[in-house]
Structure formats: structure tokens, C-alpha cells
Ligand binder design. Structure first.
Ligand SMILES: [Zn+2]
Length: 770
């Protein structure tokens, strides 16, 4: 409970609002009141005394300065020193992962350094900062065997997006150093309703306030530096509230790296975040030794703004689902930092020795040749021009086409579904292929993917692109599927459609595929008895798909009649098809969605894919005429309108009991196994975005046959990735550490180590090669 209070204190949004609107606080009772009200809103189903008693112990009659020190002391208990390195204690690792979502790890580690040096047996602050804050601010657990395995084999990163990588502590430094440049990117998020949502979820601030707070943070830091490093007198009349701060005020301490850089401090650091660590260490010292209420307010206010900034960049525990994730990717706060690529590669090794051996970096390709070359040059230069990075791991790239929503009113659709997306993807493909002709990128781009919100576009919209690529001789494909879904069957179907419509084969991979692993019982429980609202057409597609999976297995015979009845009912309601049809024709018409409507529905123009297009048309024309007619209806506006009508269903609507859902998952696992397709697992990303609350609930343990597994069930081939290291505050080393640590709950140490080694071997085998 104490760490939770410490966390709430250091990241309090309500107290930040108070400081911003009203000014400083001199009374710890006020802190207690505000903090309690905030905690109560987050967790209203507990009696007051559960939190109040601990809070009284923690806060009552203490100054802000004391509360700040005590909070850091509490959180730093999760860490330990080993020589000049800092590690997370084994038993605290999972909790730590949650803490660093709203409090900066750089701050907590800085406190630990301060505390150690304060206890006088260490005075080597400069050495410690240089040693600890070398590549990353994210510590890990210490395990000699795991370390040895990583040093010996090196890790292959199988799924990581290059954007969304940078740790929040680095982004903060850039934003404070160059606020005007930051603003030019940041303002692009104004008016984006997703982003507005993200602000409103946290409190009453809007984008304008966020930027003002950033300017205030610069001034607060300037003030603190004056007091702590330059013996400034404590002038207590300055205001830092929304209405009181001076927007145009020039700072006393300025440097393009960090304001401490030019202060003749007798220390030498390379990077701004190392100076920031020194700034915190010395501020902790001042806070504790001088006991100035004014200083404590200034410093605490700075911490609160920092925490707000971090929360906007990192997926919080309370942010479930891909929609929430997408808000972070759209708020433009990382843009300035991530304009260039060089700084983010080193961080990927984690805090200690180099652990990464191959990085398969994903990026969104451009649909304009100039922009495409500019992007690729920046990605490549950042790698090639840094000798240390270049020597430490191999970089390969996988462009991911981006799923976007068809926003047209179905009434206005006279062409076909996903018109804009299909045209954009086609254009992007042509630009990408041209870019890849350049010798710098020919060997760098090794495979293809499609990513972003799965609820916005289905595999069918990308099927022609991937099949064209195969036609041209490319064979390395992966596809984000079954990660976020309204119903498990929708997620399973996305994986099936990706495999079948894109013509995936041996050596290919599926990203996430959570639907193939999540325990249906856990999924139903986490829906907390709510019904599911989804499109009638989506549910019909799920029924058709289920029928396809179930029809050849005798154990489902009892269910087929009911399924068929529902299929015909919904099918007629949506398509109103007058000719007689049987279930197999309906299934075939669903499978025909892999064809490109640009070609099948005769919107084709001459293109560089002439040969493929002609073949596609010939194949489509060979389909039964009723299938062709149904294909046309599927793309027709009036049918889309009826398809989109919302219906409500129970998660375990008959015949889809937990047991049947599990069977369908196993059929799909067998299906990908038969094709020798691997599943990419991204533990922290799933624990944040999906229905899980803890690592031991993750589906990986079922896939490995360790937990929630029934004898004889198929096990998929699994490879490991970290997805978005900055947004999830992780790196590949830490993903393996989480896996290893959870395995240790179920297996002896040797077996656990064998299992992680096997995962890394799978990853090496399935890494894309030309
Ligand atoms: Zn991803």
C-alpha cells in the first residue's frame, strides 16, 4: 500500500491542477485531502480507512519536502546496488513495471544514488551516473544465468516499432531544451479527438495547458538550479500559476544540452539526462538538509509536471484496449525527439551490457518518394553513422502498412469498401518498391507487415498487396492480427483471414495473435457481465468462419444446425439475395474477399502490376457466378449499411461456450502450425493493452504448455518482441526477464532457462532473411 501512496503523491494530477491554478501549498492536510479524493475516484469500492490510515501515517503533519523524500525512499526500496550497477529486486520487478508508468525511473534511481552517497560510504556520484545512466534509464533484474545466456547468444528483436521507442526521460529533456521546436510538432495534435480524450481521461487539462506547464517546468528548473547550484537567495514572491507565470521570461542558466552543462561543476557528462540525474541528486540533498517549504513546493511542482508528461507518453494500467494505445501514438509529444533516429538505438540494449544481436525495426512506409527516401535515410543514418551501435547489433527493417478506418457514410459508397485505404496502400507499395531499388535499402528491408488499429481494417484490405509482393518474389511476411477484438472469434477470424487471404506460408509470422491464447474464461470474466455490441455483419462473418472450422470435426455436429440457421437468417437480412444458396457457397463468398475489388469490380487502371492483375481477374472470373454476385453485394453501399447495424450478443452466446471457444483456438493454433507460421509474443504490450492484469495471466504460458494447458492441445511456435519500448517502458532484455521470472513460478530454474533459450532460438530461426 505504501508504494501506491508514494506513487499517487509523486504523480498526483489533482495536486498538479491545484499548483497550476492556485499556487503553492503550505499545509499537509490539504495534500492529504486532495490525494485521498484522487485515490478514491480511482478505487471507489473500498472503505475510507483502507487508504486513509496508510495516508495518515505517510503524510500527516509532514512537510511537502518530507513527503517527497519519503515517497522516493519507498519506491527506491525496489532497487538495489550491485557494484556500480542498479538492479530491480527480483520480488519487485512486476510492481516496478507499474511504478515506472507514472514516475520517472531516472528520478527514483537518482534518489537511490543520493541515499547511498548520503550514507557516506560512497562519494563517487559522477562515476555512478556515468556507469548507470549510460544507455537507458530502465533497470532490470539480476540473474547470472539469464545474463550469461544473453551475452552468449544475443537476443533477436522480432517485433519493435521504431516510433514509440524513446524512453520518456529522454523526451522530457528534448522538450525542455527546445520548447518552440517541440510546439511545432505538438500543435498538430490540436483538434484530434483521440488526443483530447487522452487529456480528459487524466483531468481538466487541455493541450494549451500542457504546453504552458512545460514552460513553467523550464522556469522551475531554472529556479531550482539557482538555489541548489548557485546559492541564490530564496526569493519567494515569484508565481508559477497559469495566470501568474511569465511566458517570455528568459532563463538564467541555458545550454543546448542541459542548463547545468555550462556551470563549471567539475563533472563531465555526455548527455542531458545524466545532468538531469545530477540535478535530482543535489536537489534531494538540498530538500532534506535545508527544509525550505518554498523550495519543496518548487521542486514538487516540477516533479508533478514531469509525471504528467510521462503519463501522456506511457500506456497506463487503466488504459485498456488498442484505442487507448493509439491516443499515445497521436499526441505528438515524442515527435521532436523521434525526428532523428540515432539516439534511440543505444537505449535498446537496456541498461547493462549489450544484449541485442538483431533488431527487426518496423516503420510506417510513406506514399511519396521524396518523403520515403528522407525517412529511410534518417533511419539508416542513425544506425550507420554511430559506429558503436553499428558494431553492437544488426539492423533490418520491416515496413508496416497502416490500417485506417473507412469513414464514409455507407449511403455514399458507390465503389467498394476501404477505397481510400486501398488506394493509399497501393501507392505506398509502388513508392516502397522504388525506394528498395536503391542499394542502401535493398538489403535493409527484409519483410512486410501491416499494423495499427485492427478494428479499423481487416486483412482483406491488404491481401492484394501481400499477394502482389509474393508474386514479385518476396516471401517474408508478418501481420498484426488477433491483438484487439470485440469477440474472441473476431480475433481468431482476423488471424485466419491474414493467413489465408494474404497467402501466408512457412516462415511467416503473426503479430500478437492474443485471440489464439487468451483463456476464454478470463476474457469473459474481464468483460464484467457486459454484453458485446458489434456489427451484425461482423457477427455473421464470425458464424460463417466458425462453421468452416467446425464442420469437419464430429464433436461439433450437434452445433452445426443452429449455426446454419443463424447464418441464413443474418445473411438474408444483410444481403437479401434472391437465388437459392447453400452454406458452402456462403463460405466461398466470404473467402472471395481476398480478391482486389479494384480489379474484380472493374475499376482497374493500367499499372506496373499488370501480370498479377490479369491473373487476379482471371481467378475471380472463374468463381461461380453467385459467388461473384455476393462479392459485389458485400461491397455495395446498401448492404454495408445493413452489415453495420449494431446487435448485442452475449460473450458466450450459444454454441460458443468457454469450451467451444477453447476448441476453436486450438483449431487455429493447429492451422498456423500446419503452415509453419510463428506467433510473435509481446508480453508487456499485451499486459497493458489486453485484458490481463498480471504477467502470469498472459497466454504465453498456455502456448508453452505450462499453465492453463490441456494435455494434447497443440502448441504454437513462439518468438519474442517488445512492440513499443517507450510506450510500455520496456526493452527486449526486460521482456525476457519478465518471461523468465514468471516461468520460475512454474518450473525449476534450469527448465525455465531452457525455455527462454528455446524462445530465443525460435526467434533466430524465424528472423527474416533475404
Ligand atoms: Zn506492433
Amino acid at each position: 500500500m505504501k508504494p501506491y501512496i508514494a506513487l499517487s503523491f509523486l504523480g498526483s494530477h489533482r495536486l498538479l491542477e491545484y499548483f497550476y491554478l492556485k499556487g503553492f501549498i503550505n499545509n499537509s492536510n490539504q495534500i492529504e485531502e486532495y490525494l485521498f479524493s484522487e485515490i478514491h475516484v480511482k478505487d471507489p469500492y473500498k472503505p475510507d480507512y483502507v487508504y486513509k490510515n496508510v495516508m495518515q501515517d505517510f503524510i500527516q503533519d509532514k512537510s511537502i519536502g518530507r513527503c517527497t523524500i519519503d515517497s522516493f525512499k519507498e519506491l527506491s526500496k525496489m532497487l538495489e546496488f550491485r557494484g556500480e550497477r542498479v538492479y530491480v529486486k527480483n520480488e519487485s520487478f512486476e510492481r516496478w513495471q507499474e511504478i515506472v508508468h507514472s514516475v520517472s525511473p531516472l528520478q527514483i534511481i537518482s534518489y537511490l544514488i543520493y541515499d547511498q552517497c548520503n550514507q557516506s560510504y560512497r562519494t563517487d556520484v559522477e562515476i555512478l551516473i556515468n556507469s548507470i545512466f549510460d544507455k537507458s534509464a530502465l533497470p532490470s533484474i539480476f540473474d547470472p544465468q539469464l545474463d550469461q545466456m544473453m551475452a552468449r547468444d544475443g537476443l533477436n528483436e522480432m517485433h519493435m516499432h521504431l516510433n514509440g521507442t524513446t524512453e520518456a526521460d529522454f523526451v522530457w529533456q528534448d522538450a525542455l531544451a527546445e520548447p518552440s521546436k517541440f510546439y511545432t510538432h505538438f500543435r498538430e495534435s490540436f483538434g484530434n479527438t483521440y488526443v483530447t480524450d487522452q487529456y480528459l481521461q487524466l483531468g481538466n487539462f487541455e493541450q494549451d495547458d500542457f504546453f504552458r506547464l512545460l514552460i513553467i517546468a523550464r522556469q522551475l528548473r531554472d529556479k531550482i538550479i539557482g538555489i541548489v547550484f548557485d546559492n541564490d537567495e530564496l526569493k519567494v514572491d515569484e508565481s508559477f500559476t497559469k495566470d501568474g507565470y511569465d511566458l517570455g521570461k528568459s532563463l538564467n542558466y541555458a545550454s543546448s544540452i542541459h542548463p547545468l552543462k555550462n556551470m563549471n561543476l567539475d563533472v563531465n557528462f555526455q548527455d542531458s539526462w545524466q545532468y538531469e540525474a545530477l540535478f535530482f541528486i543535489r536537489s534531494f540533498h538540498y530538500l532534506e538538509s535545508e527544509q525550505s517549504i518554498y523550495f519543496a513546493n518548487v521542486f514538487y511542482y516540477y516533479l508533478l509536471i514531469y509525471a504528467f508528461f510521462q503519463k501522456m507518453l506511457v500506456q497506463q494500467k487503466s488504459q485498456v484496449g488498442f484505442d487507448q494505445f493509439q491516443k499515445i501514438t497521436l499526441n505528438q509529444i515524442r515527435e521532436l525527439t523521434e525526428e532523428k533516429y540515432q539516439n534511440r538505438y543505444r537505449q535498446l540494449h537496456g541498461m547493462y551490457d549489450n544484449s541485442l544481436c538483431v533488431l527487426e525495426g518496423r516503420f510506417a512506409p510513406k506514399d511519396n518518394l521524396v518523403k520515403s527516401f528522407k525517412l529511410l535515410k534518417s533511419i539508416r543514418d542513425g544506425y550507420v553513422k554511430n559506429r558503436e551501435v553499428r558494431k553492437s547489433f544488426k539492423l533490418i527493417l520491416v515496413p508496416h502498412f497502416v490500417k485506417t478506418l473507412d469513414t464514409r457514410n455507407p449511403k455514399n459508397i458507390i465503389t467498394f469498401r476501404d477505397l481510400a485505404l486501398r488506394i493509399k496502400t497501393k501507392r505506398t507499395l509502388i513508392v516502397l518498391l522504388d525506394t528498395m531499388k536503391h542499394s542502401d535499402y535493398k538489403d535493409l528491408i527484409v519483410g512486410f507487415d501491416a499494423a495499427a488499429n485492427e478494428l479499423h481494417a481487416s486483412p482483406e484490405a491488404f491481401a492484394p498487396t501481400f499477394r502482389k509482393l509474393r508474386f514479385l518474389g518476396y516471401s517474408n511476411f508478418t501481420y498484426h492480427a488477433g491483438e484487439d477484438f470485440i469477440h474472441i472469434i473476431s480475433g481468431l477470424r482476423m488471424v485466419y483471414e491474414a493467413v489465408e487471404f494474404l497467402d501466408m506460408r512457412s516462415g511467416n509470422r503473426i503479430g500478437h495473435a492474443t485471440a489464439l491464447g487468451i483463456d476464454p474464461k478470463l476474457w469473459i470474466n474481464r468483460l464484467y457481465e457486459s454484453k458485446l455490441t458489434l456489427k451484425k455483419g461482423e457477427w455473421l462473418d464470425n458464424l460463417i468462419f466458425s462453421y468452416e472450422l467446425m464442420q469437419n470435426d464430429g464433436k461439433f455436429y450437434g452445433h452445426l444446425g443452429k449455426l446454419q440457421g443463424d447464418i441464413f437468417k443474418y445473411f438474408q437480412e444483410i444481403y437479401n439475395y434472391q437465388k437459392p444458396l447453400n452454406i458452402h457457397q456462403i463460405i466461398e463468398s466470404w473467402k472471395a474477399r481476398k480478391y482486389d475489388p479494384i480489379i474484380a469490380l472493374k475499376w482497374r487502371e493500367p499499372s506496373i502490376f499488370e501480370e498479377f492483375d490479369s491473373q487476379e481477374l482471371e481467378d475471380f472470373n472463374h468463381l461461380d457466378i453467385s459467388i461473384q454476385e455476393l462479392y459485389e453485394l458485400y461491397h455495395a453501399g446498401e448492404c454495408i449499411e445493413r452489415y453495420n447495424k449494431m446487435i448485442q450478443i452475449e460473450p458466450d452466446q450459444a454454441p460458443f461456450t468457454e469450451e467451444v471457444l477453447r476448441d476453436l483456438q486450438n483449431i487455429m493454433i493447429q492451422h498456423v502450425n500446419d503452415k509453419n507460421i510463428a506467433l510473435e509474443t509481446l508480453p508487456t504490450s499485451n499486459v497493458r493493452i489486453s485484458y490481463y492484469k498480471r504477467y502470469d495471466e498472459h497466454h504465453l504460458w498456455r502456448w508453452l504448455g505450462i499453465q492453463n494447458y490441456n494435455e494434447g492441445d497443440p502448441k504454437p511456435t513462439v518468438v519474442v518482441g517488445s512492440d513499443d519500448t517507450g510506450i510500455f517502458m520496456t526493452n527486449l532484455r526486460n521482456e525476457y526477464a519478465h518471461i523468465y521470472q514468471t516461468l520460475n513460478k512454474y518450473e525449476d530454474q534450469k527448465t525455465a532457462l531452457d525455455t527462454v533459450e528455446q524462445l530465443n532460438r525460435n526467434s533466430k530461426a524465424f528472423t527474416f532473411h533475404l
